[in-house]
Design a protein around this ligand. Structure first.
Ligand SMILES: NC(=O)c1ccc[n+]([C@@H]2O[C@H](COP(=O)([O-])OP(=O)(O)OC[C@H]3O[C@@H](n4cnc5c(N)ncnc54)[C@H](O)[C@@H]3O)[C@@H](O)[C@H]2O)c1
Length: 461
């Protein structure tokens, strides 16, 4: 098939590459001149494991090209199918901003009846139906086909999707999707476009709910003899539950879960629908980013002043804080909703002096993201002289670091907040640091010998 993919971000570019490898003739359409230039030079403008190699291989087939105009490209040789993969970022009120989608569809609808239009961007239920009301001919040439890829395994998710959701009104729409995904083995869910739009939001809302649930349980694992890791391991082995998305932390912070949960709640609100569970999920998540600040205030208040909270009752003035990790996950450079974006400004706002280290983000980008903070060149550079280190990303470089050496560089009270529960509790409890995680994590010795009910191992210096 001759395929256009409009919007060469995480979804569109990985899709263009994957569809080329499937044998299609693909044109990636991108309006951002810097992204387009990079693509034409064979460079991937977004980070995704394996993408540079796969992009080169796809380019070598001669079936992948990039341009900035779907209309001109279509005029030269008509497309069979046009995929829309532009962004739907959050608006200030939490709703999905459909400006990019509207602009693209306006252009693409002028190309009808030739290509089939496949909308993949995440949009609120009813969006496609509203479009069809104003463009009745669209019903025969349209599919809403949500994308479920995970950043970090996006190419694999395109090649072997967990499911293909086909929201169509017509046999011809469904047939176009079947041809697009010929050779891809996955269960199909054929439904209406509105149903498909709801499937996408409901999936992300459920994943977000799992994370908020794990965080709420972590909050209950605050005694010295309930280990949150053991609890979630035990819960997740139930095949009805599974281990995915049960890791506690400082809240979900990839680019999709915060925006999609908020957009769904906003949409339900405008429809007059009650969503108490979804709203609770969001509320737990919003509070979770504040946990690091809360621990810092409690622990540093006692550690820096003459007594608990003396110096820092109104903030974190005089505190030197090392933030270890800008990214939400090491395998994605998508920083749109990373917890660092909330935590670092909050620390600065409370008067702390902040150094930020991230081995996957250059110091210029880090400095630009966090005016007022210092971009540290290395882990020791970040930690030296800091009262506390806050781990926000499970970087292997942080997990495997010489924490004995780093502990020696920290200043009293040598607090380490593990916002990803990724450091070894055994190692951390053995060091002269105050180790705090999200919920209690016990060293194996405490489990086997039976920990005291009174002493909280997280607080041991
Ligand atoms: N990123 C993910 O992990 C993921 C996963 C599943 C679904 N989604 C959804 O897929 C959609 C795309 O997400 P993304 O992360 O790839 O977004 P993105 O912001 O990374 O990419 C969108 C791209 O579209 C380009 N664009 C915008 N308007 C254009 C136009 N008129 N012509 C050509 N190019 C245009 C932008 O310049 C940008 O490069 C969103 O709705 C998102 O919610 C994202």
């Amino acid at each position: 098939m001759r395929v256009a993919v409009i919007g060469q971000g995480y979804v569109g570019l990985t899709g263009a590459v994957a569809l080329t490898h499937q044998g299609h003739q693909v044109t990636g359409i991108e309006q951002d001149p810097d992204r387009l230039r990079a693509l034409r030079e064979g460079r991937a403008p977004v980070f995704e494991p394996g993408l540079p190699e796969q992009l080169t291989a796809a380019g070598a087939t001669g079936r992948l090209r990039f341009t900035d105009s779907v209309t001109e490209s279509h005029r030269r040789t008509p497309f069979d199918i046009v995929l829309v993969t532009v962004g739907t970022p959050p608006s200030a009120d939490g709703s999905a901003d459909l400006t990019q989608v509207d602009a693209v569809l306006e252009e693409v609808l002028r190309l009808l009846p030739a290509p089939c239009v496949v909308l993949k961007s995440t949009v609120p239920p009813g969006t496609s139906a509203m479009l069809a009301e104003t463009h009745p001919g669209l019903r025969e040439r349209f599919a809403y086909n949500p994308e479920f890829l995970n950043q970090g395994s996006a190419l694999e998710d395109w090649a072997v999707p967990a499911r293909i959701v086909a929201g169509t009104w017509s046999e011809s729409g469904l047939e176009a999707l079947r041809e697009l995904y010929a050779g891809v083995s996955a269960p199909w869910v054929a439904t209406t476009p509105s149903g498909a739009e709801m499937i996408k939001y409901a999936s992300n809302a459920f994943l977000a709910t799992k994370i908020s649930f794990a965080n709420e349980v972590a909050g209950m694992c605050c005694g010295p003899d309930i280990d949150i890791d053991h609890v979630m391991q035990g819960v997740g082995f139930d095949p009805r539950i599974g281990h995915a998305f049960l890791q506690p932390g400082l809240g979900y912070g990839d680019s999709c879960l915060p925006k999609d949960t908020n957009a769904l709640a906003h949409w339900a609100g405008t429809e007059g629908l009650a969503t108490p569970l979804l709203r609770a999920t969001i509320a737990v998540n919003d509070a979770q980013a504040g946990l690091a600040i809360q621990i810092l205030r409690t622990e540093l208040g006692a550690g820096l002043g003459d007594g608990p909270g003396d110096d820092l009752a109104d903030g974190l003035a005089d505190a030197e804080i090392a933030v270890l990790g800008v990214r939400y996950e090491p395998w994605s450079d998508d920083l749109r909703a990373a917890p660092s974006r909330t935590v670092v400004p909050a620390l600065l706002g409370q008067g702390a002096r902040v150094r930020v280290w991230d081995p996957g983000t250059d110091t210029g980008t880090t400095a630009g993201l966090f005016p007022g903070a210092r971009a540290a060149a290395s882990l020791p550079d970040a930690v030296e002289g800091a009262h506390a280190a806050v781990v926000l990303t499970e970087w292997p470089q942080a997990i495997e670091a010489d924490w004995r050496g780093l502990a020696a560089l920290l200043d009293e009270p040598r607090l380490v907040i593990d916002g990803k529960n990724c450091l070894s509790p055994e190692q951390m409890h053995d060091l002269p640091v105050r180790y705090r995680s999200v919920g209690t994590r016990l060293p194996p010795s405490a489990v086997h010998s039976g920990a005291s009910r009174r002493a909280d191992p997280r607080m041991e210096a």
